[in-house]
Design a protein around this ligand. Structure first.
Ligand SMILES: [Fe+2]
Length: 267
């Protein structure tokens, strides 16, 4: 196994997870075994060829590249495989109390598990897609693993967790190399990455995996600072300025936001 053994007992951190604000989350330090983390530093994903991924240069996603490769490097794949294993899923069920949490088998071509962000990059506040692409089951949990070895926290690059409207940052989980961030995903779990300092010396690398629940009322046992209901929505961004919603190039973001607000109202 490549994840440090101490992180296979997440039940012991359940209270810490559930009581974190603005919504349940946890940072796991020294996440991957040291030798494996070193090995990862020698691997490179193909970020240049046309079919390998997608680049973003918009108001809400900038200098960001996501992998759509059906074949990732064997090292990257090992991390994804362990985070999708039965044993790890059980660990997450114990942490969250979501007894029917499961890993998706949809894979990288659909869900883009490997990300890179260049200096100056940005990922504006958003909630992810609400549903598993194949079954429609609720998206309930995320893990992000920080994989760049050398990183100065003054460059930014951590994960911002925001209030339930996505308008105010409440917590910043710092980009600590070889740490992982786990957070509960709900229709109100707004998160993002503030603009990375242009002076950052390295690319921000991360792996992202999401988890789902077979229940359509997956948060009922969790006390949240907002309505603990799930509803359907696409990846919904909060645009930087109100005016931004009226720009032609943002029409898709505007449409998704409107759908989100309608579904929120009727739930
Ligand atoms: Fe996200």
């Amino acid at each position: 196994m490549i994840i440090n053994d101490e992180h296979y007992n997440l039940e012991s951190r359940k209270d810490e997870f559930l009581n974190s604000k603005p919504f349940p989350h946890l940072q796991l330090k020294n996440f991957l075994k040291k030798d494996f983390f070193e090995d990862f530093q020698n691997t490179k994903e193909d970020t240049t060829s046309k079919n390998s991924g997608k680049n973003f240069e918009t108001d809400v996603e900038d200098k960001k590249w996501i992998s759509k490769n059906s074949e990732l490097s064997s090292i990257t794949k090992k991390i994804i495989d362990e985070l999708s294993s039965d044993l790890w899923a059980k660990n997450l069920r114990d942490l969250t109390g979501i007894s029917d949490l499961f890993c998706t088998t949809v894979g990288n071509t659909d869900l883009a598990n490997y990300h890179e962000m260049k200096p100056g990059g940005l990922l504006a506040p958003h909630v992810d897609h609400s549903s598993e692409p194949k079954t429609g089951y609720p998206h309930v949990l995320n893990i992000v693993v920080y994989l760049t070895k050398e990183w100065d926290t003054s460059w930014g690059g951590g994960t911002d967790l925001l209030n339930n409207k996505g308008s105010k940052i409440i917590t910043k989980v710092p980009y600590l190399p070889n740490s992982a961030v786990i957070f509960l995903h709900t229709p109100f779990s707004f998160h993002g990455v503030s603009r990375i300092n242009e002076k950052a010396k390295f690319v921000r690398k991360s792996i992202y995996i999401d988890y789902y629940s077979q229940s359509f009322d997956p948060y009922k046992h969790i006390n949240l600072d907002f309505k603990n209901k799930w509803f359907e929505h696409g990846t919904t961004f909060v645009l930087p300025k109100f005016n931004s919603y009226f720009k032609k190039e943002n029409s898709l973001y505007r449409k998704i936001k409107l759908d989100y607000l309608i579904n929120k109202f009727f739930n």
